[in-house]
Ligand binder design. Structure first.
Ligand SMILES: [Fe+2]
Length: 360
């Protein structure tokens, strides 16, 4: 299978990986043949890329650190709990839903088990989701990445569990921001930006003082946009952030940069990495960034990439020690013509080859 832009998918292509909606339900199941109307329906939901079956990459299977069932449960739990928390915020405390944290903790612990069982394998993030589902999929990706970083940092299982719960709920305050501002397809005005920033304080209010949710969750919701150099918000504090907030800060920025958003297409993974490395000296915790580099799959297997030479291919292997230099199966030459026989290029050995576009 390979991942490709929806705009380039030919009618009759077969979906190789299910597409999930904001509640983790299957929107379109794998194995379905994409008709013209299905492609248009996906486009209208803001989906830009899909995994399709390709006989030239039949043997290519994305690394599955997290199973689809667990990912689906995570999205469903994120949806249910974020919605209930925002409802609680709007109603009297007497009607507060109780026991929310238990469900979150249960699914986070399941995730811990799966990530633990795949130690040493880089974590690929799911990038196939639509605008309505953005908050929930983003939260799930940030959780997966944060736990993977936590594992590398040697946190205990209790700490990883607290970190995971906090990461899943870190952006809950966004539900208090009007969707028209959050999903505005252009530059925000300064007052709109100020409004978006308040999701941190809203999140803190929604999560603090609840006995069913660990107190770290409120702290992370409040601090995940703070930076060590004091240039973050809401308070602009320096070097006082909790470790969990520092971890979520890195995962959050990386996920947000690489995902396709309503206002722009995602960064190339290695550009996002450079952004984080550039910021690590001043804004991010260097120890966290070091662990992050060792656990994220910059170019997940199945990603279609274009090289500076014009050749196009699919990532068939990537190595945690050199995530920016994967092995590519070249399928099209520099003129865009399909090759009669594909071949593999190991970017660790071809140092002059450079990835310039990524269908991610
Ligand atoms: Fe945020």
């Amino acid at each position: 299978m390979r991942i490709t832009w929806l705009s380039r998918v030919k009618v009759g292509s077969v979906l190789a990986q299910s597409i999930l909606d904001e509640r983790g339900r299957v929107l379109l199941a794998s194995g379905i043949e994409l008709s013209d109307s299905l492609i248009r329906r996906l486009q209208s939901r803001g989906i830009r890329s899909v995994y399709i079956v390709d006989p030239l990459c039949d043997d290519v299977r994305p690394d599955e650190v997290v199973s689809e069932t667990t990912r689906r449960t995570l999205i469903e739990v994120a949806y249910n709990n974020l919605t209930l928390l925002s409802r609680d915020m709007r109603t009297s405390s007497a009607f507060r839903q109780r026991g929310l944290g238990q469900e979150v903790r249960k699914v986070v612990n399941r995730l811990l088990g799966e990530i633990g069982a795949h130690r040493g394998m880089a974590v690929p993030l799911s990038a196939v989701y639509d605008y309505d589902a953005e908050l929930y999929h983003h939260s799930v990706n940030v959780t997966i990445l944060s736990i993977a970083i936590g594992v590398k940092l040697g946190l205990t299982s209790r700490q990883l569990s607290d970190l995971g719960v906090s990461a899943l709920l870190h952006d809950v305050g966004k539900l208090m921001i009007p969707s028209s501002v959050l999903h505005k397809p252009g530059k925000l005005t300064s007052s709109e930006y100020e409004l978006v920033k308040t999701h941190t304080t809203h999140g803190f209010q929604m999560l603090s003082g609840r006995l069913d949710i660990p107190s770290y969750a409120a702290v992370v919701a409040y601090e995940h946009h703070e930076r060590l150099n004091g240039e973050g918000y809401p308070r602009g504090i320096r070097e006082e952030q909790h470790l969990y907030s520092r971890i979520v800060a890195v995962s959050d920025v990386y996920e947000a940069l690489t995902a396709n958003r309503v206002y722009r297409t995602g960064y190339l993974p290695h550009h996002a990495l450079e952004f984080i490395l550039g910021g690590s000296a001043v804004g991010f915790d260097t120890t966290v960034v070091d662990s992050f580099i060792k656990c994220v799959a910059l170019y997940p297997v199945g990603t279609t990439v274009r090289l500076q030479s014009g050749e196009t291919g699919v990532v068939v292997a990537s190595y945690p020690e050199q995530p920016q230099r994967p092995v590519i199966r070249i399928l099209r030459d520099s003129q865009g013509c399909d090759l009669t026989e594909s071949y593999e290029m190991d970017l660790r050995e071809n140092l002059l080859a450079e990835i310039i576009e990524c269908e991610f």
